[in-house]
Design a protein around this ligand. Structure first.
Ligand SMILES: NC(=O)C1=CN([C@@H]2O[C@H](COP(=O)(O)OP(=O)(O)OC[C@H]3O[C@@H](n4cnc5c(N)ncnc54)[C@H](O)[C@@H]3O)[C@@H](O)[C@H]2O)C=CC1
Ligand SMILES: CC(=O)[C@H](N)C(=O)O
Length: 396
């Protein structure tokens, strides 16, 4: 007999012995296979990997998850799609939104129209493309939400109900980001732990507390694999922010390079937690791949740093010494005054190894490294993006 046949016989003998000795009987038959099925192969226990290879029932290339990202044309979605496509395969990650994709995004992999309020359309996408995970990014952020509360209630609350129900129905893993905005003036602000009073004063914050609670309810009641990370303000160079209270920390880099004049819409001493986008996207992928039974909570705080506008100006001046800064607080100040100043993410660090890479200095270095060429090489300041698709500042 050939070595392959002997190998198979030995493998199945081991399987037989394991089954006989009850070691994996319960986890194999019902729970573990579906559970380990969508983890990255590296994270699977060796013996289970061996097991799955023999009876793998998925048709996906390399047993990678098929992911649908909603609201993927916002600040976070394009970057996450790119990270996940490298990891899970281009054809396994579906970007979706209600707006037309720019040419560089449309050419980068599957992109589909999906209004989060259209249950049937989402259902069709999940079935047609055999989706395993949903990353639910569609939302109206804090400042935009306050300007259109009825729409924020529809998108942030009704939209969530749709993805929850569909994730339950099709046994999907569901990631819904939460935010520092899920806390309010009654929460301890420095530091703000995972479990504490949450009485936010924005519709955005209320909708995110609702998402956390509904997701946890679906997990306990229906066994749905719901996961959420509370992000601080996310800072990115390749994409513009979508209308939040932390957006000033992105605007400053563009203003420093474009005009040398920066006006902060928050007071100089307003301290808020922040994170560079690469850390944020890495946290999502790492968190989604952790075996469910290693998570002690379904919702975790994650952060990287905390700073005030004045501290950021000082750091930016190391790159653009002539930068002029003014502070003219607007309605967003009232929101920021109720949010955490310093985020306690010690549970994420202890339970699943969360670790940030960028501090304020690293953040400024990478932002200027990425944005300088955009402003230096393109002499048309009105163009929203440079030739390589990097975004210039477009929001007020
Ligand atoms: N960017 C940040 O600093 C933070 C973001 N988050 C959360 O991360 C997620 C993604 O955030 P961003 O990318 O910054 O948001 P964004 O505002 O940049 O993008 C949101 C996307 O949702 C889409 N959208 C709006 N209505 C929709 C509908 N009816 N159906 C489908 N899509 C719709 C928009 O077209 C947009 O592309 C959001 O849930 C947000 O709450 C949480 C904390 C911080
Ligand atoms: C921190 C957030 O959730 C967002 N950037 C916002 O400011 O609304």
């Amino acid at each position: 007999m050939t070595t392959t046949v002997w190998g198979l016989i030995i493998k199945w003998l081991i399987v037989f012995v394991l089954l006989k000795s009850n070691i994996f009987i319960t986890s194999y038959g019902i729970y573990t296979i579906s559970y380990y099925d969508d983890c990255h192969p590296e994270n699977r226990p060796k013996i289970i990997v061996f097991f799955i290879r023999e009876i793998d029932h998925t048709k996906h290339e390399g047993n990678k998850p098929r992911v649908l990202i909603t609201g993927s044309l916002g600040q976070l979605g394009t970057g996450l799609a790119s990270v996940m496509r490298k990891r899970y395969g281009v054809q396994n990650v579906f970007m979706s939104d209600i707006i037309k994709a720019p040419p560089n995004v449309a050419a980068s992999g599957p992109y589909v129209f999906a209004d989060i309020l259209d249950f049937k359309r989402l259902q069709e996408l999940i079935v047609t493309h055999s989706i395993d995970w949903i990353v639910h990014f569609s939302a109206l952020l804090s400042a935009v939400g306050e300007n259109n509360v009825p729409l924020a209630m529809r998108v942030n609350i009704e939209g969530l109900h749709n993805v929850l129900e569909l994730s339950k129905q099709y046994k999907l893993k569901l990631f819904v980001p939460s935010t520092i905005g899920a806390f309010g003036p009654d929460s301890p602000r420095n530091p703000t732990p995972d479990l504490t009073i949450q009485r936010p004063r924005t519709i955005y914050g209320v909708s995110k507390v609702h998402a956390e609670l509904m997701g946890e309810y679906y997990f306990h009641r229906f066994g749905m694999d719901f996961r959420s990370l509370r992000f601080p303000g996310v800072i990115s160079a390749d994409t513009n922010p979508g209308g939040g209270t932390t957006d000033y920390a992105v605007h400053i880099f563009h203003d420093a390079l474009q005009t040398g004049d920066f006006t902060s819409f928050l007071r100089r001493d307003t301290r808020l937690p922040m994170m560079y986008i690469d850390d944020c996207l890495r946290s999502v992928v790492q968190f989604m791949e952790i075996p469910s039974n290693q998570l002690k909570q379904r919702t975790y705080n994650v952060t990287a740093m905390s700073f005030t506008p004045e501290e950021l100006v000082a750091e930016v001046r190391k790159h653009v010494p002539h930068l002029k800064a003014k502070y003219e607080p607007d309605s967003r100040q009232k929101i920021a005054d109720t949010w955490p100043e310093v985020f306690d993410d010690s549970n994420a660090r202890a339970d699943w190894g969360w670790k940030h890479e960028y501090d304020i200095k690293g953040l400024c270095d990478i932002m200027f490294e990425k944005l300088r060429p955009v402003y230096d090489t393109d002499s048309h300041p009105d163009n929203a993006s440079s030739k390589d698709g990097k975004q210039k500042r477009t929001t007020a």
